[in-house]
Design a protein around this ligand. Structure first.
Ligand code: DX5
Ligand code: ZN
Length: 210
């Protein structure tokens, strides 16, 4: 299991230190939640912050775009240091064109589905995808409860395309990661569970070794 701590739960006044801590604690990727206040009812951080974080760690940046026009912003996020770009199938751009734009800019493409969106929505794009992100909460906020009913989608996608990584995001902790691992999840995002833990290093170790 790869572990991608979500920076949304970090101390934004000390991002350098937070990034160094999770790097030393053995995180695999840094998950960065971009929210525009339109696609989701919350605003998080934008391109200049991603750029500012880039020199703080060598870990890959897993950028999760919760925005209405993902295709338009792909070049800027790539330039700012994104390694993997995830965008929502529910956003208004054509998914195939957005995937091509991500590849053209040199990043790895991933498609995200919200809890009410069926797994079938990603099937036409599996050939070109590096990863599918199955939301296990409604996107927009950290600290929500994990929805185990989403794991059926993980199983369906893994069965259809074993070569595509599947990531889960929302409510992941040392307990909920277990059923996720059994369903075939390759990468877990964890915000609250890592950054609000007394011992983040131990939490990252437990998640990785599940
Ligand atoms: C939710 C975000 C998540 C969030 C996860 O919209 O996509 O990445 O930060 O936070 P936790 O782990 O606290 O549920
Ligand atoms: Zn996320």
């Amino acid at each position: 299991m790869k572990v991608a701590p979500s920076i949304l739960a970090a101390d934004f006044a000390h991002l350098d230190g937070e990034l160094q801590s999770i790097t030393e604690a053995g995180a695999d990727w840094v998950h960065i939640d971009i929210m525009d206040g339109i696609f989701v009812p919350n605003i998080s951080l934008g391109i200049p912050v991603v750029e500012a974080m880039r020199p703080c760690t060598e870990l890959p940046f897993d950028v999760h775009l919760m925005i209405v026009h993902p295709k338009k912003y792909v070049p800027q996020f790539c330039k700012a240091g994104a390694d993997i770009i995830s965008f929502h199938v529910e956003a208004d751009d054509d998914p195939a064109e957005t995937i091509d734009e991500i590849i053209r800019c040199g990043a790895k493409p991933a498609l995200v589905i919200k809890p009410d969106t069926p797994a079938e929505a990603v099937y036409p794009y599996l050939d070109k995808l590096y990863m599918v992100l199955v939301m296990t909460v409604e996107p927009g906020f950290g600290g929500q409860s994990f929805r185990p009913d989403m794991l059926e989608k993980v199983r369906a996608i893994k069965q259809r395309a074993p070569q595509v990584l599947v990531e889960v995001d929302g409510g992941i902790n040392p307990e909920t990661v277990k059923e996720s691992a059994r369903a075939g999840v390759d990468v877990c995002v964890a915000g609250t569970a890592v950054f609000r833990a007394e011992d983040p290093e131990e939490v990252i170790r437990v998640l990785r070794e599940v």
